[in-house]
Design a binder for this molecule. Structure first.
Ligand SMILES: *Cc1c(COP(=O)(O)O)cnc(C)c1O
Length: 382
């Protein structure tokens, strides 16, 4: 089976991890700071906070922005459940905004419309989470302008988009958002096995997230409530978590970062080749808006009548092609239906959920694997 995504680990990655394994610090050591500094420099932002998953990063981002009971967070249904769950961890409610039929990202017009209604009803969200689907950045300038007008905060779920860019700036620069979150799960662009990162330009948000990743504890005398000159003294200021990344993971991430430009290059090349190979097929191909460099985490097509996505899915899996579906709309999950969401509320995301088919795409994909995917798709569609 050719998987839809697969990590690319080389000898340098392996020895970087082994070096840490033989060192004094397996966790909370110097490699964490090196990885954070490298990612902050890459994104052109002041702070990067490494954690054990993007899910944890979303959680501490919401906490740092003060999300709590009585607040609401808006995201899209066309995402992984974690983009919405972070609000529930904080006791806040979730609502959704439908997606754009061309980019499959948040529909900025629908967002503007919903905000105007919410303002009239006195029910504006505290946080909006745009998700950069498949590696293509959302229209952050437009979302940033709405944030200024309506006073909500923005967390970019860039789990798909490390290494991409928008308006000439790297994703993660936080020029139009408060916080950006990356995932380093093995199917993503680059990996630390499990792992994630939160980036921000704001000193206070960075400090709050650093505290929340480690039990709410500070060792900074300036932040303490009581003063002590004793070197062993620390204070827990709030209820935090253990969301720390290990130095083993940071070493892997740092080593992988060296090849991030290559990963993005390679994914863009394969996406261009898919585009050329499918130009005559009766499918909706992904489109990247002007001024955006996608990091192509996913190559997702939409399959419409007379073809049946589910039938195609089964045929392709039978042919050894590890196709996948991104995404089952989050509001249709039983957990969210129990909160009152229903089919029909977000028609574009629901159509996407019925039609989307993700083909294998990863940096190490061979020409033979690529040709096998193209041939198999052409066979079932012609
Ligand atoms: C993968 C993913 C996450 C969660 O990432 P983890 O690192 O596995 O916690 C969150 N949001 C989106 C959109 C994702 O694709």
């Amino acid at each position: 089976m050719i998987p839809y995504g697969r990590q690319d680990i080389d000898d340098a990655d392996v020895s970087a991890v082994v070096d840490v394994l033989r060192s004094d610090f397996l966790t909370t050591g110097p490699t964490i700071a090196r990885f954070e500094d490298a990612m902050a420099a890459h994104a052109g932002v002041a702070h990067a906070i490494a954690v054990n998953s993007a899910t944890s990063a979303l959680h501490i981002a919401c906490l740092a922005l003060g999300l709590g009971p009585g607040d609401s967070l808006w995201t899209v249904p066309n995402t992984f459940v974690a983009s919405a769950n972070c609000a529930r961890y904080c006791g806040a409610s979730v609502d959704f905004v439908d997606i754009n039929p061309v980019t499959w990202n948040i529909d900025v017009d629908a967002l503007a419309h919903k905000l105007a209604e919410a303002e009239a009803a006195g029910a504006l969200p505290r946080i909006v989470v745009p998700v950069h689907f498949a590696g293509q950045s959302c229209d952050m300038a437009a979302i940033g302008a709405l944030a200024e007008r309506y006073g909500f905060r923005v967390i970019e779920d860039a789990s798909h988009a490390v290494g991409g860019s928008y308006a000439g700036r790297p994703v993660g620069c936080c020029a139009w958002s408060d916080i950006t979150v990356f995932s380093f799960h093995p199917v993503k662009i680059m990996t630390t096995a499990e792992g994630g990162m939160a980036l921000t330009a704001d000193n206070d948000l960075a400090e709050a997230m650093r505290r929340m990743r480690s039990h709410g504890i500070t060792r900074d005398p300036a932040a303490m409530q009581f003063s002590s000159t004793e070197p062993w003294y620390y204070e827990q200021l709030e209820l935090g978590y253990n969301y720390r990344m290990t130095d083993l993971q940071a070493a892997l991430g740092l080593s992988q970062m060296g090849r991030l430009p290559h990963f993005i290059e390679r994914r863009n090349l394969l996406a261009e080749r898919y585009e050329a190979a499918f130009v005559d097929l009766p499918v909706q191909r992904p489109q990247v808006a002007a001024g955006i460099r996608s990091s192509w985490h996913l190559y997702t097509l939409r399959i419409r009548t007379p073809f049946d996505r589910d039938l195609l899915f089964r045929q392709l899996r039978r042919d050894g092609i590890g196709v996948n579906v991104h995404y089952i709309p989050v509001h249709l999950q039983p957990y969210y239906r129990d909160l009152g969401f229903r089919p029909g509320q977000y028609p574009e995301a629901e159509a996407h959920g019925r039609e989307a088919l993700t083909l294998p795409l990863f940096a190490k994909m061979t020409d033979d694997e690529f040709d096998a995917v193209v041939a198999a798709l052409r066979r079932v569609l012609i």
